[in-house]
Structure formats: C-alpha cells, structure tokens
Design a protein. Structure first.
Length: 197
C-alpha cells in the first residue's frame, strides 16, 4: 500500500540529514508483520531479492525493457555510477554511522549499502539518469507489532533524469511496485522468523 509522504518525513530517520537534497518519490507499507527483533530479517530478504523475479509478467517485461534501454544508451555504464559520476552517500555519513558496517551486499541488483541501524537501512544506486536511495525502515504497525516501510528518494541527473522519472512514474506506481510488494510479502511469509533465545 502506498503511504503519504509524512509516513517517512515525520519520523526522525538518519537519512534526512544525509540526503536532504534528494526528492522523496514515494513511501510504501510492506506486508511484513513482525516483532521488534525482525528488522534484520527484512534487510536480508531485501538484499537477496531480484526485481526480475516478480510474478507479474508486465513488471518483468518492463524491467527487461529498462535493462535493454540502459545497455543501448549507456545509462548503466561503469562510469555513470557511484564513485564516477556521483559521490557515494557514505562520504556524507557522520562518524557513528561511518564506523559501523554499512549493511549487506546485494546479490542481484546494482545497489550498494550506505548504512544500517537497528531500525533503518539505506542503499543507493546511480546511473546516467538518477542517483537513488532505497530506505527501508521498521515501524510500529499501530496494532502492537511492527512492519517494514520502504521510501524511494531520488536525485535526477539533469533534464534526462527529470524526463526519465516523469516517464516511468505511472508504470512504477501502477505496474511495477504493487506486484513487487505483494511478492515481497509472499517471500516474507515463506521465510522463517529469527529465533529468540
């Protein structure tokens, strides 16, 4: 379910101080009910997911088209990403976050972990169109439990990035994210919770 921006902006997340120049694109509630100790499970699941595995054939086709366009136009070339076109957000971290491990590596997606705390995790990706952040958080669900929340923050790369984000917005909101989030919930239910001792 898509949430109002305030679900992200009204919480004291560390990402606010690190990426104030990024635009909050959207916020989503994740169907990942759990307890206070389940955030590491959410992080592991997110790091190991492949967006091409969504059960929606339309979403899979759009992911394939985006990868093909990226290859044709060089949007995802090595010199278009982190450390080349843009500086990694790790360069902006305060000392306490920089001293801690940044979080897991991604198995199937071009994201890089920026930082990890007990309740939030940020990962970034950059190419010729955008510099983007996926922010996962663990929030109270209002019913005595917790659930995941995902925010997408974006810094478009010039006119190309602005046009690109406008062009993909309806596809992201209607075709890509809803089935991807449903599939995420299915994977969550299939993953055993952490053992407590």
């Amino acid at each position: 379910m898509r949430l109002p921006d305030t679900a992200h902006t009204h919480r004291p997340w560390r990402i606010h101080e690190i990426a104030p120049d990024f635009h909050l694109e959207d916020v989503w509630a994740l169907p990942t009910p759990g307890g206070p100790e389940d955030f590491p499970r959410l992080v592991r699941l997110a790091a190991n997911r492949d967006s091409a595995d969504t059960p929606s054939p339309v979403a899979r086709a759009l992911v394939a088209v985006r990868r093909r366009l990226g290859a044709w136009f060089g949007w995802d070339a090595p010199d278009s990403g982190l450390g080349s076109r843009v500086e990694t957000l790790r360069e902006r971290l305060p000392a306490d976050l920089l001293a801690a491990p940044p979080g897991p590596t991604f198995a199937h997606r071009p994201f890089t972990s920026v930082y990890l705390t007990e309740t939030e995790w940020a990962a970034e990706v950059a190419n010729r169109t955008v510099h983007a952040v996926m922010h996962l958080a663990w929030v109270p669900d209002g019913e005595g439990g917790y659930r995941g929340q995902m925010a997408v923050l974006v810094k478009p790369n010039g006119r190309l990035g602005q046009v690109y984000m406008l062009a993909i917005a309806p596809f992201r909101h209607l075709v890509v994210y809803p089935p991807l989030i449903r599939h995420f919930g299915q994977a969550w239910r299939a993953t055993p919770p952490a053992r407590t001792t």
